[in-house]
Design a protein around this ligand. Structure first.
Ligand code: FAD
Length: 307
């Protein structure tokens, strides 16, 4: 019930100021965010990869309204690529980007985002790793998939994200299930209108399973971005059915969520990649995590009450 309210709040500047200033917010944010600075993110990468997990790093930020902010995003990712290169993590540590942080919503934003993200994808390739383009609200999907196609011309390993709540996604999965493609399947984290997206959670889950079947039956590399035990179990059944070995797909979960399950999957021979956000612009990310799960919200409210 509260989910849509929190998702609307995720885009409100007034509420952003209120939540960001609350003294109790920081410790709760720390549960989901690896730190504000690159060296803290690097420490987390060393810790997780040391325990057999893989990572994808997200420099927090989205919806930039000024070309200079988009350049700052690019530079932050170039600095990250340098650290990953020096660490020699190879594909165990990749990067996730939100194109709205690279200027996608500015006038002429499609070309601006492509121009800003390309050097990051080049730097990732030079570091022996790759980039996945996160998916944002439905108005950005066509542009993001077109940028993906451009980048894949030179860097075929560039990854995409598809969201099962969108009606269009089964078709997108078919188009993206070819050889060499890397696709993260998620349920979707934005507030979307009924004209474009399933509103009923059960419908979103059913669509997730249909998309999962398409990707697991295809020739690409599926990345299962979900904490849902049912989706993990169905993935393993489908892997068996389609003869995929454990290194021919991977699970992905968010930093700080179901950590015991992340470790269990690695211990039982699966590839498990943790999505690690870091940086100062954590507000939108944090609010989407609260909206997803009443328990996350309860945790936040409990810390307010016990102060
Ligand atoms: P839900 O449908 O929220 O929950 C299903 C079940 O999973 C629950 O009943 C419970 O059993 C279990 N579960 C879920 N959360 C928890 C928890 N905190 N603790 C214990 N059990 C839990 N969204 C986008 O729109 N674009 C993106 O680019 C994107 N990238 C993502 C990358 C990764 C690696 C992941 C994991 C998610 C990403 N998301 C993205 C978010 C995604 O769309 C969902 O909003 C989010 O993952 C919640 O859906 P779910 O499938 O995990 O489980």
């Amino acid at each position: 019930m509260l989910g849509p309210v929190l998702l609307a709040a995720a885009r409100s500047d007034g509420i952003r100021r209120l939540v960001s200033a609350a003294p109790v917010t920081r410790p709760v944010v720390d549960r989901f965010v690896a730190g504000e600075h690159l060296d803290q993110a690097a420490r987390t990468v060393r810790d997780l990869t040391g325990r057999g997990l893989e990572v994808t790093l997200d420099h927090l930020g989205e919806d930039v309204t000024d070309p200079s902010e988009a350049l700052r995003t690019r530079d932050a990712y170039l600095a990250l690529a340098e650290v990953l290169s020096q660490g020699g993590f190879g594909e165990r540590a990749e990067m996730s980007v939100k194109l709205s942080a690279f200027g996608q919503a500015l006038p002429g934003g499609h070309d601006i985002a492509l121009a800003n993200v390309r050097p990051v994808v080049e730097a990732a390739a030079a570091a022996g790793t790759t980039v996945t383009l996160d998916m944002e609200d439905h108005t950005t999907v066509d542009s993001t998939l077109a940028i993906l196609a451009e980048l894949r011309g030179d860097f075929p390993q560039t990854g995409a994200v598809v969201q099962s709540y969108l009606f269009r996604t089964e078709e997108d999965c078919r188009a993206l299930a070819g050889e060499g493609s890397r696709v993260r399947l998620v349920k979707g984290a934005y507030k979307e209108p009924a004209e474009v997206a399933h509103q009923d959670k059960r419908e979103v889950d059913r669509a997730y399973v249909r998309c999962l079947k398409i990707l697991m039956a295809g020739q690409g590399y599926p990345m299962i971005g979900s904490h849902d035990p049912r989706m993990v179990a169905i993935t393993q059944e489908l892997a068996h059915r389609f003869g995929r070995k454990p290194d021919e797909y991977e699970f992905q979960m968010l930093y700080g969520i179901r950590e015991a399950e992340q470790e269990r999957l690695v211990a039982t021979g699966n590839r498990m990649r943790v999505y690690v956000p870091y940086g100062t612009d954590w507000y939108g990310y944090f609010m989407r995590r609260l909206a997803e799960r009443p328990a996350n919200l309860a945790f936040f409210l409990r810390s307010l009450a016990t102060r």
